[in-house]
Design a protein around this ligand. Sequence first.
Ligand SMILES: Nc1ncnc2c1ncn2[C@@H]1O[C@H](COP(=O)(O)OP(=O)(O)OP(=O)(O)O)[C@@H](O)[C@H]1O
Ligand SMILES: [Mg+2]
Length: 437
Amino acid sequence: MKEAQEAIIDLQHVGKGFRAADGNARPVLQDVDLHLAPGEIVALLGPSGSGKSTLLRIIAGLIAADSGEVRYRGQPLHGPARGIAMVFQSFALFPWLTVQQNVELGLEARGVDAAERARRAAQAIALIGLAGFEGALPRELSGGMRQRVGIARALVVEPDVLLMDEAFSALDVLTGERLRDDILALWEGGSMPTQAMLIVSHNIEEAVLMADRVLVFAADPGCVRAELPITLPRPRDGDSIEVRLLVDQVYALMTAGAAGHAAHGAKRAVLAERLPEADVTRMEGLLELLAQDDFAGRADLPRLADESELTDHDLLPLTRALSLLGLARLDEGDLLLTPLGRHYVDSAHGGRQRIFGQQLLERVPLAAHIRHSLEQDPAGQLADAHFLALLRDSLDEAEAERVLHRAIEWGRYGEVFEYDFHTGMIHLPAPDVAPQG
Ligand SMILES: Nc1ncnc2c1ncn2[C@@H]1O[C@H](COP(=O)(O)OP(=O)(O)OP(=O)(O)O)[C@@H](O)[C@H]1O
Ligand SMILES: [Mg+2]
């Protein structure tokens, strides 16, 4: 019980359900226990739809849990707490406000006077490396800089607890890594007032590089299924043996069901994520439509359905797939192009494939697992039946086949692996024979 008393954030038996289309409540979170201790960075990994964002929104006080207890510094949480700030995947900056004004917004709501607001906002902006850009408008900034503004807006309130929901995933890889390293440097350097961070990620390596503890979430309903403490000092080297071993260990936790020794069936569900039924050509078509001038990167779903001549039945899996891959995201019934999605549309075919492949490896555990298994195999190939058997542990026959074929289609497009339809063998791609560009 000691841990629970010391925790800054303490969740016990938290449950949450949402009403599904058929009118029944569907449990999204069940019996979630989680605590954050002072000085700790905790990463939460898990499949799309497992309730990670919902959990963060509960801790941020944006929505209430249906059951269980949520405590912040020992007190039950009712609504947003002063000490808790959240960074979203793609920050909704006000386009007509400058960087300085966008950051000050975080303080205005708290009744801080104008002079103090200006001083603290300038400080947060400098801290996050945007000094000199106070007067810039969001559209004048790159995606990475905009996300820095989002982080400054969270930091300006000097949060005790910082929640980050895929804060780096919509950025291109290098920008995301730089921003992540900068945050870690601030954290290590003690210039952040923040006592604890909880980060949601789809990227196992990112979690291993950042966190003191990695929690593996399983879906249907979402709950913590496994935990891995990480004691390596930061900064950590992504290429070091220690980090590679830990990444492997997290993979193993996420795939533990496959080895047949899992106590919880739900562990398997992490891998057997029900990938949406979305083909690559249609996903691309939708992204291109969204990028057109008419929409300028944002459209509501009915209009999008209209323009794309797709039914809801087809459109919904496409939007789910695009948000799973970080290329677009849903926001209050609108579909939004992420900066990475914009970059994708602006890239030539080869560039698009690279982005797609990269996102697949980072965000679709099944694809990452297939790739990883192929790399471990001396011949670099494995039968589709091998992965099918694994999926069948938690999905029925037809669904297991559907999910594997979807993963194969996506993996082939992203050049993550190849597939031979005659022999049923999945193999590593031949070293770069594809035309570049
Ligand atoms: N306001 C809401 N109303 C109804 N259902 C919701 C609502 N918010 C989330 N859900 C559902 O709850 C489930 C969990 O969603 P959540 O966004 O928390 O998952 P996630 O783990 O963050 O997924 P991702 O990795 O794709 O971001 C999903 O099935 C989602 O459709
Ligand atoms: Mg989410």
